[in-house]
Design a protein around this ligand. Structure first.
Ligand code: NAD
Length: 487
C-alpha cells in the first residue's frame, strides 16, 4: 500500500518506520524542516530504542521517505494517517485540535484518487465527523473517507508495541474503509493480535477510556503507598498481592512520584471536558487528576520533611528527569513540578538524566546539569531519584556518600533497599510506600536541634553536656540519652 503519515513524532515516526518495514511504501511528512532534513540523513531527533536502526534500514530499502511538502506527499496515496500532536489547550484543558484540523484541511486540498484519512492522534469523540465535515467543505466531491485508529504504543518500547500490540482498534463507518484497514493490519491478525472493529466514536473513546483507567490505577496505588508509609506496610508486596488477581492485573501498580508524560495528563483532562460538555460527571477521573496533581505538588514537602530542615540554600541532586525511563520525553514530567517547587523554596538544583537533559534544558531555568550521577551529588544535601533508568538502579552509595554534604536519599521509584542504604551506607532514606528510615548519625544531628528547644523540666546528661527540657515531642529522654551517648 502507499501510506502517508503526517507528523514525525513518537507516534508518526514509529508508525511510518514500522509500516515501511512491513513492506509498504511510506512517506512521512512534518512541518519541522530541520527534523525532516535530519531524518533524510538517517538522524532521528527523538530517543526511542531501536528507532534509528529501523529508520536507516527502511531509508536504504527505499520503502521510507521524508518530506515537508504535505500537498505533494498525500497525492495518490491509499491511506493518510494523521499523527500530529493534540496537546492540552492552555485555555480549558481540552485537546487542542488545531494541528489535526490543519493537517486534514491540507490533505483535503491535495488528495486525488480514493483516499482513506485515518486519525492516529488521540482525538476526542466526534472528531472524525468534524474532520470529515471540514474536508467536505473544502473538497465536496473528492473521494475520501475518515476513520479512527487510535495508537496505544508506549514510549520506550514503541517499536515492540507497534509490531505486537495487545490489540488494534479500528473505527470506521463504512465497509470500504474497514476492509482497507483490516488488509493493512492482516500481518498482525495472522500473528494472533486481536483486531477490534467498531464505530469511529467508540474507537476514539476507547483510547481515552484506556488512558483514564491506567491513570486511575497509578493514582490508586500511589494513595495506597501513602497509607503504607503511615501504617508500616510494604507497597511493593501489596502490589504483588493485588496484581496476581487476574481481575486486577499486575501492570501499572508501581508506586511513584505520580504519572506524567505526553498522554495521561492531557488525555484525562480532555476526557473530562468531553464529559462536562455532555453533562456527564466523571468523578473517578476528576479525583484521579486531583490526586495526581496534589501528589506531584507535595514532593518537595516530602523532601523537606526527610531533611528535617528548610530547603533554602540546600543543594539537591535530582537523578532522572524524564517522565519515565526509556524516553527523552519531558512533557509533563513530575521532575518539572518537583524542581520548580524546590527552586521556589530556595534550593539549588543539580540534575542528571541519561537522555532527557537536552529537552529539560529548554524547560528549566537555573538548574546545573551534570554529566553523571556522582558529579551531580557532590556536596549535595540530598538526592531524589525521579526516574528508574537502568543506569540509576545500581548506584555506588559508598562513592555518593563520600562526597555528599548529608547522606539523604529520597527514592520515589522504589528501586533501593532501605536496610542497605541505612545500615550499610549510613543514609537517611525514604522509599515510596515504605516507612522512613534514619541513619544513626542523622538522628543525632536532628536530635541536637530538638533538644536545644526543649523547655525546662527534663534533664539529659552525656558526661560533657547537660540539657534541660519539660518534654520531647518525638523522642523520650531515655532515647535522647542514648543518642547523646553515641556522640
Ligand atoms: N507519545 C506517545 O507515547 C503516544 C502514544 C499514543 C498516542 N499518542 C498520540 O499521538 C499523537 C502524536 O503524539 P506524539 O507524541 O507523536 O507527538 P509529537 O509532538 O512527538 O509529534 C508531533 C509531530 O507532528 C508535527 N506536526 C504538527 N503539525 C503538523 C502539520 N500540520 N503537518 C505536519 N506535521 C505536523 C510536529 O512538528 C511534530 O513533529 C498525539 O495525539 C498523542 O496523544 C502519543
Amino acid at each position: 500500500m502507499k501510506i502517508a503519515i503526517i507528523g514525525t513524532g513518537y507516534v508518526g515516526l514509529v508508525s511510518g518506520a514500522c509500516f515501511s518495514a512491513w513492506g509498504h511504501h511510506v512517506i512521512c511528512v512534518d512541518v519541522d524542516n530541520a527534523r525532516i532534513d535530519a531524518l533524510n540523513r538517517g538522524e532521528v531527533a527523538i530517543f526511542e530504542p531501536g528507532l534509528t536502526n529501523l529508520v536507516t534500514s527502511s531509508l536504504q530499502s527505499g520503502h521510507l521517505q521524508f518530506a515537508t511538502d504535505l500537498k505533494k506527499a498525500v497525492r495518490d496515496i491509499d491511506i493518510v494517517f494523521i499523527a500530529v500532536g493534540t496537546p492540552a489547550s492552555a485555555h480549558d484543558g481540552d485537546a487542542d485540535l488545531s494541528h489535526v484540523f490543519k493537517a486534514a484541511q491540507q490533505t483535503a486540498l491535495a488528495l486525488c484518487g480514493p483516499t482513506l484519512v485515518v486519525t492516529k492522534s488521540t482525538v476526542p469523540v466526534g472528531t472524525s465527523e468534524r474532520l470529515e465535515a471540514l474536508m467536505r467543505s473544502v473538497r465536496p466531491n473528492a473521494d475520501f473517507e475518515v476513520a479512527s485508529n487510535p495508537e496505544f504504543l508506549r514510549e520506550g518500547s514503541a517499536i515492540a508495541d507497534f509490531n505486537k500490540p495487545d490489540r488494534v482498534v479500528i473505527g470506521c463507518d463504512s465497509d470500504r474503509a474497514r476492509a482497507l484497514l483490516l488488509a493493512l493490519y492482516r500481518p498482525l491478525m495472522e500473528a494472533g493480535v486481536p483486531v477490534i472493529t467498531t464505530t469511529r466514536r467508540s474507537a476514539e473513546l476507547t483510547k481515552y477510556a484506556a488512558n483514564a483507567f491506567l491513570a486511575t490505577k497509578i493514582a490508586f496505588i500511589n494513595e495506597m503507598a501513602d497509607l503504607c508509609e503511615k501504617v508500616g506496610a510494604n507497597i511493593d508486596e501489596i502490589a504483588i498481592g493485588m496484581g496476581m488477581d487476574k481481575r486486577i492485573g499486575a501492570a501499572f501498580l508501581k508506586a511513584g512520584p505520580g504519572y506524567g508524560g505526553s498522554c495521561f495528563p492531557k488525555d484525562t483532562t480532555a476526557l473530562l471536558r468531553t464529559a462536562q460538555e455532555c453533562g456527564v460527571s466523571l468523578r473517578l477521573v476528576e479525583e484521579t487528576i486531583a490526586s495526581n496533581t496534589s501528589r506531584k505538588r507535595t514532593l518537595a514537602h516530602r523532601l523537606r520533611a526527610l531533611l528535617g530542615e528548610t530547603l533554602q540554600f540546600k543543594k539537591i541532586a535530582v537523578l532522572g528527569l524524564t517522565f519515565k525511563a526509556g524516553t527523552d520525553d519531558m512533557r509533563d514530567a513530575p521532575s518539572l513540578t518537583l524542581i520548580h517547587a524546590l527552586q521556589s523554596a530556595g534550593a539549588n538544583v543539580h540534575a542528571f538524566d541519561p537522555r532527557g537533559m537536552k529537552n529539560a534544558h529548554a524547560l528549566l531555568r537555573d538548574v546545573t546539569f551534570s554529566s553523571n550521577p556522582y558529579e551531580c551529588a557532590e556536596e549535595a544535601d540530598a538526592i531524589v531519584l525521579m526516574t528508574d533508568w537502568q543506569c540509576l538502579q545500581n548506584l555506588d552509595f559508598k562513592r555518593l556518600g563520600a562526597t555528599m554534604k548529608r547522606r539523604v536519599f529520597l527514592d520515589l521509584r522504589g528501586v533501593y533497599d532501605l536496610d542497605m542504604l541505612v545500615n550499610r551506607y549510613g543514609f537517611t532514606a525514604e522509599r515510596v510506600g515504605h516507612p522512613t528510615r534514619q541513619a544513626p548519625e542523622d538522628r543525632i544531628i536532628r536530635l541536637k536541634r530538638r533538644v536545644t528547644y526543649v523547655p525546662p523540666g527534663v534533664e539529659v546528661h552525656n558526661g560533657t553536656r547537660s540539657l534541660r527540657g519539660s518534654s520531647f515531642t518525638r523522642a523520650s529522654s531515655a532515647s535522647v540519652q542514648r543518642e547523646l551517648d553515641h556522640e
